[in-house]
Design a binder for this molecule. Structure first.
Ligand code: GTP
Ligand code: MG
Length: 207
C-alpha cells in the first residue's frame, strides 16, 4: 500500500480498552482526562454504557490507531455480573482503584474474577492505582499494589486523573504496543472504514 499522509484516508485499526473498577475509583475522570484532557471535580455516576474514541495518527503511514475506550457499566455492579458482550474483543482491561480507599482496592479482586477467559476474550490486564495526588491520604502503598498485580499476572500503573499524572503515558504505551502487534501480525486483515466521516466522539446509552 502506498504511504498516505491524509489521516482521514488512513485505515483505522480499532483497539478496544475496558476501564473497570469500583464506584468512585475515577474511571470516568481518567477516560475524560485521556480523551479530552479535562477534569471536573464533581462526581457524575456512570449509569449506562459509555465509550469514547481517541485517535493516534502518527504511528504508521497507512494506519491510524483508533482507541475505543469503554467505561464500566454501573448497572452491572448491582447484579454482580457483566454481560460477556462488554468484554468481547477487548484487547486490554484496566482495573482502577483509589489509592486512598482500601475498599476500592479490595474490589479489584471482584473485577478480576468477573473477567471471562474464552477464546473471543483474549486481553491483557492492568491494575491502576488512581488519585496519587492525595499522597497524605494514601492507604495502599505502591509496594502492596505491585505485589498484588504480580500475584495476578498483571502490570501495575499509578496515575492521577486530576493532576494529569501518567494517564496519557499509560494508555499511549499500551495502545501503541497493541497497535504494532496487530499490524505486524501475519494474519492481520483490517476492515476498511465504511465512511470517510469520523465516528462520533462518544456514545452514551442510558438504561
Ligand atoms: N483527588 C482526586 N480525585 C479524583 C481523581 N480522579 C477522580 N477523582 C474524584 O473521584 C470522584 C469519582 O470520580 P469518577 O471518575 O466519577 O468515578 P467513577 O469510577 O467513574 O464512578 P462511577 O461512575 O460511580 O462508578 C469524583 O469526585 C472525582 O472528582 C484523582 O485523580 N484525584
Ligand atoms: Mg463513572
Amino acid at each position: 500500500m502506498a504511504n498516505n499522509n491524509n489521516t482521514q484516508e488512513k485505515e483505522r485499526v480499532i483497539i478496544k480498552f475496558l476501564i473497570l473498577g469500583g464506584s468512585q475509583s475515577g474511571k470516568s475522570k481518567t477516560l475524560l482526562r485521556y480523551a479530552d484532557n479535562i477534569f471536573e471535580n464533581q462526581h457524575i455516576i456512570t449509569i449506562g454504557v459509555e465509550f469514547r474514541i481517541k485517535y493516534i495518527d502518527d504511528l504508521d503511514p497507512n494506519y491510524r490507531l483508533c482507541l475505543q475506550m469503554w467505561d464500566k457499566y454501573r448497572g452491572c455492579e448491582r447484579f454482580r455480573s457483566t454481560p460477556h458482550t462488554f468484554y468481547r474483543n477487548a484487547s486490554a482491561i484496566f482495573v482502577l482503584f483509589d489509592v486512598t480507599d482500601r475498599e476500592s482496592f479490595n474490589y479489584v479482586k471482584e473485577e478480576l474474577k468477573g473477567i471471562p477467559h474464552t477464546s473471543e476474550c483474549i486481553h491483557e490486564v492492568y491494575i491502576v492505582g488512581n488519585k496519587i495526588d492525595l499522597e497524605s491520604k494514601r492507604v495502599i502503598s505502591r509496594e502492596e499494589a505491585i505485589q498484588f498485580a504480580q500475584d495476578n499476572a498483571a502490570k501495575y500503573y499509578e496515575i492521577s486523573a486530576k493532576e494529569n499524572i501518567n494517564v496519557h503515558q499509560m494508555f499511549d504505551e499500551v495502545g501503541k504496543a497493541l497497535f504494532y502487534k496487530k499490524i505486524n501480525d501475519p494474519n492481520f486483515t483490517n476492515a476498511k472504514p465504511t465512511s470517510s466521516a469520523p465516528p462520533p466522539k462518544s456514545y452514551c446509552i442510558i438504561q
